[in-house]
Design a protein. Structure first.
Length: 79
């Protein structure tokens, strides 16, 4: 018996695109949403501390001072 599917190589439909997970807001439960908000609060707080204590590190992570300030100023519910 011949398996016709095994003889054909797999070719992705669009080889130039990658498979990405769904955005968090589409799959987050209420508990998951709270965790995402906490993560943003911690990240923005850490970024603020870094920009005050060691502003040269902002360049090392690939942000400009203005981009860092904009990120710090965002409320926790905004991505």
């Amino acid at each position: 018996m011949t398996n016709i599917f095994a003889s054909t190589p797999h070719h992705p439909v669009r080889p130039q695109t990658s498979v990405r997970p769904m955005p968090r807001r589409e799959r987050a439960s209420p508990r998951g949403l709270v965790e995402i908000w906490r993560e943003r609060i911690r990240f923005r707080w850490s970024l603020g501390q870094m920009s005050e204590a060691n502003p040269h590190l902002i360049d090392d992570i690939g942000l400009t001072k203005q981009e860092a300030e904009e990120e710090i100023a965002k409320p926790f519910w905004r991505a």
